[in-house]
Design a protein around this ligand. Structure first.
Ligand SMILES: [Zn+2]
Length: 225
């Protein structure tokens, strides 16, 4: 019963509890000053269906409204962190990432979306290739080739020939979440289904995979671009 994430608890001098789902799908609980954490958890658990329904709606809405504008100060995800964009008239190449922020040349603002996608794809290919090679050598599972796709929600897939496909959008996720998708697809080379044997293979490669699998399910809406 502890699997509902409470993002914030606000305790005030009130008698009743109130739950709120913010536009980013986070859950805020307003509680009486001395309410125990257990009591709060119980209240949240009782309302779990209402919470998940509201969160689903919030995520759908987020996708529709979060159109990127490519303006100064706007945040962009990379490996699970949000970095601010700065537009300058100096840079060459079109986009630079300096581990603190993205710097986009003003000449390219009109094509910013394509520039960003190109950058993400390049990073996705190099990072994912590195992770696949790492888990392939530790597990002994051999693969054929890696492709980067434009898939909106299919984060990874695996062909009969042992080709592994990954969406470039995955590069927005934390590294461990990328690892989970990598390990999942590698395991499919040997087990083509989601059987017990399959999940055992995943677990050997990434013992805490469940955490990352859940993270992906809850946060994949952030990768809308
Ligand atoms: Zn699968």
């Amino acid at each position: 019963m502890d699997d509902i994430k409470i993002d914030k608890i606000i305790r005030t001098r009130r008698r009743t509890f109130a739950l709120e789902i913010k536009s980013d799908a986070s859950l805020i609980v307003r509680a009486p000053e001395h309410a125990s954490y257990e009591t709060i958890q119980k209240i949240v658990y009782k309302k779990r269906f209402w919470i998940s329904e509201k969160q689903k709606l919030a995520k759908e809405k987020y996708k529709k409204t979060d159109q990127k504008e490519f303006v100064n100060g706007e945040g962009f995800l990379y490996l699970g962190n949000i970095y601010k964009l700065f537009i300058t008239d100096k840079t060459y190449p079109p986009i630079i990432f300096d581990n603190n922020s993205f710097i986009l040349s003003s000449e390219y603002v009109e094509n910013a979306r394509e520039v960003f996608i190109g950058w993400y794809k390049k990073q996705a290919y190099s990072k994912i290739s590195e992770r696949v090679a790492r888990y392939s050598s530790s597990s002994g599972i051999k693969y054929n080739k890696i492709n980067i796709t434009n898939a909106q929600k299919r984060w990874g897939s695996c062909s009969i020939k042992g080709n592994l496909n990954f969406s470039w959008r995955l590069i927005m996720a934390p590294l461990k979440v990328i690892d989970y998708v990598v390990v999942h697809e590698l395991a499919h080379i040997e087990e083509r289904n989601h059987s017990r044997k399959f999940w055992d293979k995943v677990k050997i490669m990434l013992p805490d995979y469940k955490k990352h699998k859940n993270w992906l399910k809850e946060n994949e809406y952030l990768f809308f671009f």
